[in-house]
Design a protein around this ligand. Sequence first.
Ligand SMILES: Cc1ncc(COP(=O)(O)O)c(C=O)c1O
Length: 388
Amino acid sequence: MNPLSWIDDELAALERQQLRRRRLMRGGPQTARLSIDGRELINFGSNDYLGLAADARLAHAVAEAIRHEGWGSGASPLITGHATAHERLARRLAEFEGTEAALVFSSGFAANAGTIAALVGPGDVVYGDRNNHASLFDGCRLSRADVRVYPHADGERLASLLAESGGYRRRLIVTDALFSMDGDLAPLADLADLAARYDAMLLVDEAHATGVFGQHGRGVAEHFGVEERVHVRVGTLSKALGSVGGFVAGSRSLVEWLVNRARPYVFSTAGPAAAAAAALAALDVVCHEPQRRRQLLARAEALRSALVRQGWNTGDSASQIIPLVVGGAERAVTLSAQLRERGLFVPAIRPPTVPEGEACLRISLTAGHTEEMIAALLATLGRRPGEG
Ligand SMILES: Cc1ncc(COP(=O)(O)O)c(C=O)c1O
């Protein structure tokens, strides 16, 4: 008797429901044209929003860092893993975000999970949007605080939940700033008002918005003018910044607390110093080339309007992430396969990443896409089937 035989049964069940995931293998760099299984496709499936993952300036920064600091970090940051590139990046991030301090984690996932679990515990309560990223949910669960999930972007429901929070020691509200599958923006001004009214901490994850939203590219909180009211700002180096890693920006005492209490920071090897060096180079691009984000958002708006004119449902998207909501998982998988046949990579997103019945194709636009690539997408999608 094989004690792992249940796994084959579960995988077969996933297969029957069209929910089994399989990896594709990319050959070559992450750019707007990518090679999958030896075939070249136009890539609408990356989070490399500013087109920096394969940028020569980042590659140069990485090569230099490796020359000076080597590749592996060799230990957690609290032992000997914290290198000069990490320190320089933390200072640069604090300057960029306009906060007292910042802390670099080995991933955005680790930053979210570790920070939430360091801020609340038993006897506390944490509130999260239903569509928050898995790393925020996992942080909530890890914390062992009571978890209250409110309907997507529903400030009223959150207010009524907060009104019952009197018995708790600490309150924390956590939200994506730009929802990773819906492409819409969290109502941050309302959340900041509620945090102030109920004496709650507010953590905002700008993973998909750093480098893209706001006049200076700091994200949705900057876009809405509420940065000062967000106590804990989380970001990732892995999306628009074209590198890998995560960060938290906030007060000096917050960062000092996380250095002492965020378990993924304390008990995991620091990310490569070279990844920090790449992110430093990317921040220079964010600061000196604002036209990248402006053009990206303008093109995204034009693409959304054209898709809606062609009868597609793009939900509440207001960003470079544009879902085509199609409903069933099978439908999404079929459509994605058809597009791939015709030279376009647009991933199908299925439960549990999105709720049951809300499967979609997730178009992710980047600064690397040309007008011609976008026109090819629109022409290939055509009118939504059933739209006459
Ligand atoms: C909203 C959000 N937060 C955090 C993360 C995790 O970031 P990282 O990929 O750097 O671990 C992701 C990744 O997809 C995300 O979508």
